[in-house]
Design a protein around this ligand. Structure first.
Ligand SMILES: [Zn+2]
Ligand SMILES: [Zn+2]
Length: 83
């Protein structure tokens, strides 16, 4: 049921930046987050907020922190999954 949407690099960059942490004057994510952005978008496509938050919040097992849950919500909104 998953529609294959061609990702433009803008969406990918944006997702990477959200995951990395958006700050004023910061326009690009670090290389580590950029490398993972594709995976984040793949999870986002499933609509799994918890799974996405956990993937972003790699420091914790079994539950993401509030900050990463917020980031995950933003990425879901970015890909248009959020209700
Ligand atoms: Zn980063
Ligand atoms: Zn976190």
């Amino acid at each position: 049921m998953t529609t294959v949407v061609s990702r433009n690099s803008t969406v990918l960059d944006r997702a990477a930046l959200i995951a990395c942490g958006v700050r004023t004057g910061k326009t690009t994510s670090c290389a580590a987050c950029a490398a993972k952005a594709e995976g984040f978008l793949r999870i986002a496509d499933t609509g799994a907020l918890d799974g996405l938050a956990a993937a972003i919040c790699r420091s914790r097992v079994g539950g993401a922190c509030q900050e990463c849950t917020t980031k995950a919500t933003e990425i879901l909104r970015l890909v248009g999954v959020v209700r």
